[in-house]
Design a protein around this ligand. Structure first.
Ligand code: TRP
Length: 331
């Protein structure tokens, strides 16, 4: 039986961190078994938040390396770069003709960007239209996304419906495939993990830095002396232990009890967590080193992805043009 197709994308933000892995990437890796997957580096979308584009190539490479290190497989999935498939820009243009501005203006992500002072340009408003083009191009039936992207997907469905109504039934309405993901707070224990808050641990973080960062984490502020009872259920360090498992041969309940009953110094608890993380991230670090030393491998992977994505994109472009009585762009 043919596998259902899914597509998802990430804006190239450089090296990925634990939050990206636990919150999205680890889920993508799992989906590879079940679905025919298209995973896209959304470098055009990245242009909506920067005018200085000098870093974009490096960010793209870094993200691809982390994808591969995390287990996305070019043999199983199509891994490609958005800007290498110009049909996305074409479909974006076509879909923009049938998308009322009011739909875009009420989009929560757009409103948030304006609130934080981002320039109100045409591309920012059209961000979800480009995203819709990404999805519809491959006729993906499902899109793995986090909560913040649900309004975009709602728009994608509305745009698909409108296109189908006007020009014939070409596009499936894409459904969200909610992540089966683990939420991890940043090292500050206050906000989600993000480079922009400088509270992240990179997947390829050096052991020395992991240790330094973990030792700087806040623990339960009510626990001042060792014998003070701690409140592990409110402690960010404990929440990391819960995700990664304890290293000292005790079960989580043991850590919980020892903390509660004033037998576990916070420093020891953090040192242990650092060791756990250093061990858990070792394969990422090693794989990154191998891939960094082999840029031609990365080029090859993107070239193969481009070929596979192009084939589908050309066919969709042709179908759309035919449905709209626009002449074909092919040969
Ligand atoms: N907007 C998505 C994000 O910021 C990235 C993205 C671009 C995407 N195109 C997509 C996600 C298509 C899913 C499908 O995370």
């Amino acid at each position: 039986m043919k596998k259902e197709r899914i597509l998802s994308g990430m804006r190239p933000s450089g090296k990925l961190h634990l939050g990206n892995y636990l919150g999205a990437l680890s889920d993508w890796v799992k989906q590879q078994e079940k679905y025919e997957c298209f995973f896209m580096i959304a470098d055009w979308h990245a242009l909506t938040d920067r005018t200085d584009t000098r870093q974009i190539h490096q960010d793209t490479q870094d993200m691809l390396i982390d994808w591969l290190a995390a287990g996305l497989s070019p043999q199983e999935s199509t891994l490609f770069l958005q800007s290498q498939i110009p049909e996305h820009a074409e479909l974006h243009l076509i879909l923009s003709m049938i998308t009322p501005v009011s739909w875009l203006e009420r989009c929560p992500t757009y409103k948030e960007k304006l609130e934080i002072g981002q320039e109100n340009n045409y591309g920012l408003l059209g961000y979800p239209v480009l995203q819709t083009a990404d999805i519809l191009m491959y006729k993906a039936s499902k899109v793995p996304v986090g909560e913040d992207q649900l309004p975009h997907l709602e728009l994608s469905r509305e745009i698909a419906r409108r296109f189908n109504y006007l020009y014939g039934n070409i596009f499936p309405e894409p459904e969200p495939l909610r992540y089966d993901a683990v939420k991890v707070l940043g090292l500050d224990g206050k906000k989600k993990m993000s480079k922009s808050y400088s509270n992240e641990i990179a997947l390829s973080e050096e052991p020395r830095l992991i240790e330094k960062k973990v030792l700087g984490m806040f623990t339960d502020p009510r626990k001042i002396y060792l014998k003070d009872p701690g409140h592990p259920e409110e402690c960010n360090v404990y929440s990391y232990h819960r995700i990664f498992g304890p290293s000292w041969g005790k079960d989580l309940d043991g850590i919980f009890q020892d903390c509660r009953e004033g037998r576990l110094p916070c420093t020891r608890c953090k040192k242990d967590l650092a060791q756990v993380l250093i061990k858990a991230l070792a394969p990422f670090r090693e794989r990154r080193k191998e891939l960094e030393a082999n840029p031609s491998e990365l080029e090859k992977i993107l070239a193969e992805g481009k070929k596979a994505a192009s084939e589908v994109a050309r066919a969709t472009s042709d179908e759309v043009r035919k449905a709209m009585h626009i002449s074909s762009a092919q040969g």
